[in-house]
Design a protein around this ligand. Sequence first.
Ligand code: ZN
Ligand code: ZN
Length: 507
Amino acid sequence: MNTKIDSWDTRLLCVVTLVLFESYLDSSEIQAVTCISEQRKDLDNYAQSASLNYETFQRKWDELHAALLELIKDIEGKAKFECTQMIHSFKLENISVNLELINRMKQTKDVSFHVQMAIQDKVVRKIHGDNQYGHEPVFTEKLKYTLVYINEPTILACKLSMPDKSVTWRHDNKKVEETETVKFVDKKCNHWLAISQAHSTDTGHYSCSCGKSSTTAFLQVLENPLKITEDLHVATKDKDVRENMDIILCCKINLHTNKVIWRHNGKEIKCDRHHASFRQQEHQLTIQNAKFEDDGKYMIDFGAVTSCTTLYIKGNLNLLLKNQLAEDLYKNWVRGALGLKYLKLGLEAFSDNIVENHHSKILTTLLSTGNTCAKCSLEFLLPLHKKEHCPKPSKCLCSKQPRKRNKCPNGGFCSKFYDLILWDHRFKDPLLTNTNIQKWSSDPWSVATCYISTPGYEDRKSAKEVDCAGLLSIFINNIFFHRSLGDVEIDGETDLFKKVHVNIQLR
Ligand SMILES: [Zn+2]
Ligand SMILES: [Zn+2]
């Protein structure tokens, strides 16, 4: 037997055993050696990643355990006890593997070296654990499993047995670097990793190591439970929602999600006029061209959390305004029409009176001569006044064709009548188409209509038969009327009657 058998690799040992002692072994022993040999081969494969998950390890260990027990069953005494203890402790012993060891192991795929490294690490640890030298710090307070919600701050804390030692933080074996949101804080023996805003990518195993000591714990970053930060409400400026308006309902939550259902009176909204949208944490529902049927309860449904508001659609503001405006216009129109009516009523009574007074006054003047006439015609009548004294030759009968005009044969009655009408006209411009000269002596209104500036007023018997504009025209043009009104100012240009007259004609 080679005395250096201890340094042999397990695989070589198995091969030698099988070749030299096969005939001395029973079938179960051969099977056990084969099992150990197979598992040794497996290790080479696992060495590629220097990892073996627990389930696989457990399954393989059961086979290996049985094989080892099989092989030591014939050993007696103290040796058997040591072997059995070794086999059991292998499974039960708490093996702590630090990152430094893992990294060292990853540098080679040779399982023999892995074993050496593991043993070396274990021995060194044991020595330090016994505190033989007392110079290596250990963690007296270890990292703890921590749960935090997204965007919330968190601190991972641990404590060393010695002060003022520098530590290395790792996240899933990657060295953690300080950033805007991640900071390292030390104070004597305490070490903290502070994260001001946790992200889901921060989830993982965190370790803090100092020399050969390290502590590891899991940090879980979870999505926040959804919360409403601003209840569902009408977001349009005008809270008074009305028909035909575009209405916006708004709700704010504490996180980003597109998993949302909008409901109207309990039913999911699927209408062309309704448009759901969201930007960041704000959700909106736009109701275009609102109708009365859009009235009711609105709900934004995030599943576990909901928010509601009730909408009362009022009548169209524009339409109401329009109606009101139309009403106002109508009122003004009615007021104007009534005004004219009252104006005319007032003018009528007064007009009839003055028209008669005026007529009487003219007749009184003329009758003193003892004459009257009802036979002359305007076509041949010559006024009494001389042409050279005419106030308005361009329009007066005294200048009109035919040349052969005569004074009224009845003592100049009609000629003088004409002159009196002419002198009482503010602008010396009576409109003779509005009159019948043969009625002058008997009909006051045949005289009055001469003072109306527009044609079409002949044969009126009273003020009732003359419209407001006609009456006003008489008030303006007939100086006798003016005199009868007393102090009222009439100049035919800026006076009250003229203003009203102009306004009436504009209508
Ligand atoms: Zn004349
Ligand atoms: Zn005459």
